[in-house]
Design a binder for this molecule. Structure first.
Ligand code: CP
Length: 306
């Protein structure tokens, strides 16, 4: 059996998401079982990474498997070699391909031609592995996901998209505040509302960050300029004025709200200096949980369904 791909968080039904989150929580507190002995995982990255690369490597190692990394400029998907050929060749060597790509279409093509599962380690469209670790972190801190209000401040980007869809799938309310022109796309909001309808929860897109933060249990932000958008950085810094999460903005949320950032942080832009060390910040636990979430994902994708 080929097993399934994780290109979008929507590839997981709501119960799968919850199962993986609960398994990740379990795995954070116990030694890992060596379920990947004899299994090989390729990490194919077109963009830089700290957390995703390191956590996948360590996750595979803790599960008894072997991983190897091919970084930006090594394979040159679609330039040195056709994506379809890369997929078919790698499938002859490994049991899973973890890919960080410039374009989501490359990921789809990899999955179409690979005979092993393909995991999205970030594309320009989604970051589902980040979302699993985020849900795990929220569940650890709040004891539940159901009925919570998570407010995301900033760009309607790949991280926001997966987070919105993931939270809507598991019974949380999601609100995003973005400047005009940087909203989360309507298709994603509609997909999220469809999943939210099963829970009677809300998916809301606003402009005013203070209004969005009212009664929020979780405050989340991410960079204003994602990888590949560097030419827009100056315009974005101007357009996102007023969207920096600092202690004053955080105080618009509930008194017991947690603050999350998927990192890397750009201090002085989306987040004020020192905010990752704020008493309400869980950013470093969130980063650690990437490791446990990757173990739960790999176990689920390669062992249970593979
Ligand atoms: N959050 C995240 O994906 O970090 P990296 O880009 O360092 O992998």
């Amino acid at each position: 059996m080929r097993g399934w791909d994780l290109l979008s968080i929507l590839d997981l039904d709501p119960q799968h998401i919850l199962d993986i989150v609960h398994r990740a929580r379990q795995m954070s507190g116990e030694p890992a079982w060596p379920v990947l002995v004899g299994k090989n995982v390729a990490l194919l990255f077109e963009k830089p990474s700290l957390r995703t690369k390191a956590s996948f490597h360590v996750a595979v190692q803790q599960l008894g498997g072997y991983s190897f990394y091919m970084g930006p400029g090594e394979v040159e998907l679609g330039a040195r070699e056709a994506v379809s050929d890369v997929a078919r060749v790698l499938s002859r060597y490994v049991d899973c391909i973890v890919a960080r790509v410039n374009s989501h279409s490359s990921l789809k093509e990899l999955a179409e031609y690979a005979s092993v599962p393909v995991i999205n380690a970030l594309s320009d469209w989604e970051h589902p592995c980040q979302t699993i670790a985020d849900l795990q972190t929220i569940h650890e801190r709040k004891g539940t996901l159901e009925g919570l209000k998570i407010t995301y401040i900033g760009d309607g980007n790949n991280v926001a998209r997966s987070l919105c869809l993931g939270l809507a799938s598991v019974g949380a309310n999601f609100t995003i505040a973005s400047p005009p022109g940087y909203r989360l796309d309507e298709e994603t909001l509609e997909q999220a509302r469809q999943r939210a309808s099963a829970w009677n929860t809300d998916v809301t897109a606003l402009v005013d960050p203070r209004e969005a933060l009212s009664n929020a249990d979780v405050v989340y932000t991410d960079v204003w300029t994602s990888m590949g958008q560097e030419a827009e950085a100056e315009a974005r810094r101007r357009d996102f004025q007023g969207y920096t999460v600092d202690p004053d903005l955080l105080s618009c949320a509930r008194w017991d709200a947690i603050f999350m950032h998927d990192m890397p942080a750009h201090y002085g832009e989306e987040v004020a200096p020192g905010m990752l060390d704020h008493p309400q910040s869980v950013a470093f636990d969130q980063a650690e949980n990437r490791l446990h979430a990757q173990k739960a994902l790999l176990e689920y994708i390669i062992i249970r369904d593979g």
